[in-house]
Design a protein. Structure first.
Length: 165
């Protein structure tokens, strides 16, 4: 009564798995932010329920317990934000300032290697490739430095999303 051979069933199974994976990716692209927000909210509700239950054991009403836990969570999140955001901003600016120094250091090392090879009559033959690579690295470093503010603002946006959850 089997209509398909084992090979046909195996191929059909893998085709259905690939199609299901592709559909899951498409749904994830459409609803990814919403699903992430809902899952984050569920995890936070689950984790914050424990302190509420502890307060309930001490005969605190559920409404007051939820309010206390929520207020304490917001205060702790604000304190962490106040402590971390300036440090993070400073480090991003320092990274942007140091990238050109690193490129210059790399250039001097390559020059020293080229000089060492020239003294020993070794033809590296890759100076054009190295220069192209160095130019691309410097352009990428400048692009990263220029986008560091966007990265910082994106991180801040994610924290705001977390607070809103």
């Amino acid at each position: 009564m089997n209509r398909f051979s084992p090979l046909q069933r195996l191929l059909l199974t893998w085709i259905l798995i690939v199609i299901s994976g592709w559909l899951a990716l498409q749904v994830g692209r459409l609803f990814g932010h919403l699903l992430t927000t809902i899952l984050t909210a569920a995890v936070l509700a689950f984790l914050l329920n424990y302190p509420v239950q502890v307060l309930r054991r001490y005969r605190v009403s559920r409404g007051l317990a939820v309010t206390l836990v929520f207020a304490l969570s917001v205060v702790l999140l604000a304190l962490v934000g106040i402590a971390v955001v300036p440090i993070l901003a400073k480090q991003v600016v320092q990274l942007g300032a140091r990238i050109p120094e690193w490129v210059d250091t790399l250039q001097s090392w390559l020059d020293q290697i080229s000089l060492w090879a020239a003294e020993r009559n070794i033809n590296l033959g890759q100076t054009e490739l190295v220069n192209t690579l160095l130019n691309r690295l410097q352009a990428s470093a400048e692009k990263i430095a220029g986008q560091s503010l966007d990265i910082l603002l994106g991180t801040f946006n994610q924290v705001i999303d977390l607070v809103l959850v």
